[in-house]
Design a binder for this molecule. Structure first.
Ligand code: NAD
Length: 306
């Protein structure tokens, strides 16, 4: 299978490497010229649970990319989706797009560029870290769930799952993908901003009665919005994810905290921001999520002055 990874930072490089290991013909596409140059010159240095390796890989700027490919794995931050797909618009052709990006609304963002029937969406709890140009790490792999955005069965699902599994990803074809995406997004809505705003970790939020009250309110509101959107997201599953994070993610700094500290834009619009926008459509009050969006926006603005 010919694959282009659009947005080859932490997650894109790790998944691209795993697909290459499985025998796919992979091209990494990224606007980070230092990363592209390092990968082409020295190979991709990757540290995984199964060991470290240096993989020879092909990387290039999106504007240099020529199709056709069978699959485009989209792994930019969500606010770069439009620019990234626009840059390769002439080369997408008949390719499938698979997004494992965080947040809700990814299928709608992609559908502005391609036929909705060629979109697969999913989610993974697998973490990955960008260590510097040409260097990534991923430890503590988790499952990767995905399905077609429109809900139709297609042989491509099996082909992609087989390829991911051959590369060491525990991939699952999950027809209830919208529920799975909402459950992970709700988990992120609860923990990422609270850790970012309190300069803390999931363990710290869980250890604080106030932290738990706020997380609980975020989850209650987000699940009500998911249900109003017709998505059967499970509150109990989100609570399980939170309980695990409170008990085990004692030192982990979620990406939103890292983004604020590095003065980068956060993905708040695709998380609590999306909950607020959809809640308005369904006339559901979501005061906690609304306040969190405002506080993160304020923190983003203030970060520019530090
Ligand atoms: P990242 O910042 O490491 O990688 C994103 C890459 O996109 C960067 O290398 C950037 O240069 C590139 N990019 C930006 N604009 C581009 C454009 N126009 N064209 C091509 N490339 C462009 O981010 P990440 O941590 O890999 O996260 C990617 C997505 O995966 C996010 O939605 C994130 O929430 C999600 N996610 C991340 C993790 C994690 O642990 N890192 C886990 C699960 C999901």
């Amino acid at each position: 299978m010919k694959v282009a990874v659009l947005g080859a930072g932490a997650m894109g490089s790790v998944y691209g490497a795993r697909l290459a290991r499985a025998g796919a013909d992979v091209t990494l596409l990224d606007v980070n010229a230092a990363h592209v140059d390092a990968v082409n010159r020295d190979g991709l240095h990757i540290a995984l649970d199964e060991g470290a390796a240096v993989l020879p890989m092909r990387a290039m700027a999106p504007k240099a990319f020529t199709g056709p490919v069978d699959l485009i794995l989209l792994f930019t931050k969500v606010f770069h989706t439009d620019a990234a797909l626009s840059a390769i618009a002439d080369q997408i052709g008949d390719a499938w797009i698979l997004s494992l990006q965080n947040g809700v609304g990814n299928a709608d963002r992609i559908a502005a560029h391609v036929d909705r029937a060629k979109i697969m969406i999913g989610m993974t709890m697998t973490p990955a870290e960008f260590l510097g140009p040409g260097r990534v790490a991923s430890h503590g792999a988790a499952t990767t769930d995905f399905y077609t955005a429109e809900g139709q069965a297609d042989p491509m699902l099996e082909q992609v799952a087989n390829l991911l599994q051959a590369g060491g990803v525990t991939a699952r074809i999950t027809p209830e993908i919208h529920a799975a995406i909402w459950e992970k997004a709700t988990f992120n809505c609860a923990l990422n901003p609270l850790c970012a705003l309190s300069n803390g970790t999931p363990g710290g939020v869980g250890a604080s009665p106030e932290g738990r009250v706020l997380a609980d309110a975020v989850v209650r509101e987000a699940i009500a919005v998911a249900h109003a959107c017709g998505v059967a997201a499970s509150r109990a599953h989100v609570d399980e994810l939170l309980a695990h994070a409170y008990a085990h993610h004692l030192m982990h700094e979620p990406s939103m905290l890292q983004d604020l500290n590095a003065r980068r834009r956060t993905e708040i619009d695709a998380l609590n921001g999306a909950v607020v926008a959809l809640a308005e459509r369904h006339a559901i009050p979501v005061p906690t999520n609304q306040m969190i969006v405002r506080l993160i926006s304020l923190a983003e603005a203030n970060a520019r002055f530090r």
